[in-house]
Design a protein around this ligand. Sequence first.
Ligand code: ADE
Length: 346
Amino acid sequence: MPLPPDGQPVEKEEDFLAQTLRPQTFVEYIGQQKTKDNLSVAIGAAQIRREPLEHVLIHGPAGIGKTTLAYLIAKEMRSSLRVTSGPAIEKVGDLAAILTNLEAGDVLFIDEVHRLSKLIEEILYPAMESRSLDIVLGKGGGARTIQLPLPPFTLIAATTRIGLLSSPLRSRFGSTFRLEFYSEQEIEEILNRSAKILGVSLTPEASKKLAVSSRSTPRVANRLLKRCRDLAQVEKHNIIDEQIVSRALKMLEIDEVGLESSDRKILRVLIEHFNGGPAGIQAIAASSSEEEETILEVFEPYLLRIGFLTRTPRGRAATKAAYRHLGVNFPKKIDDARDHNNESML
Ligand code: ADE
């Protein structure tokens, strides 16, 4: 079983899969061309200057390749990567231990950086800016600060919720990159590459069908490919064709545009409980029994992308396309009201 750079054994199948299929070079990393171009220049320049890369912030929807990009940056810089996440750093001591164990040139990756507490963020500022770990000893009038020098390092932070980062934290990154959803053609390329690595044959039609249902997201595409491989294996087919994909998707309750039952539940709640919206995210979460965070980070970005959901100052609303997809008539009075409010919802 492969070991990630921080030496923790890989436990979850999803992690194992991600590592097997993870691109090993920028050339293998499909899409996100602008980000790759800018990163290549920044990395090349840092190497010429023999300096660590400036701190990098990567944001974008879940499963879009933020962690993969951090691995590639560290690899290009020929640096060791230390991996942690916002929720894992609970106490000041947790961060102090991570920072004091860094070696010169290391890359520290903090996933879900928006989940760091204010207190931890404040330790991070001087560490990022002047490579100094400022620790306050004691309390009240007798308190004093000691400063421990840190080796030169690069912080790569990733988040699905850039809006939750404080501006002092955001301003301390040398560059910020937004990863975008992938085109269907890019997802097909990723699927074909993954199929080769997994040793399975995928017909062009099957690849296309899978790409349409993959929510424009590599992690979803690779997961669905594995489920198709399972079905082909137990049914003793050598090739994954369109028919196998259709049946695998049906078993997983994933429809032809990639919506899962939770996506459909959220849209139904909006339509049936809130007259199509607008409704507040808390109300939608309560009525659909989904976590508010999961709606914001997992379901909503794709529903917005495919135009099934819209965000207005008064909350989220289901669009005409969402009604059509669920086979529900779009009430004329909503049409009129939205026209009247001059909201470009469709
Ligand atoms: N796996 C995750 N993201 C990828 C990408 N952009 N290209 C290839 N494989 C990937």
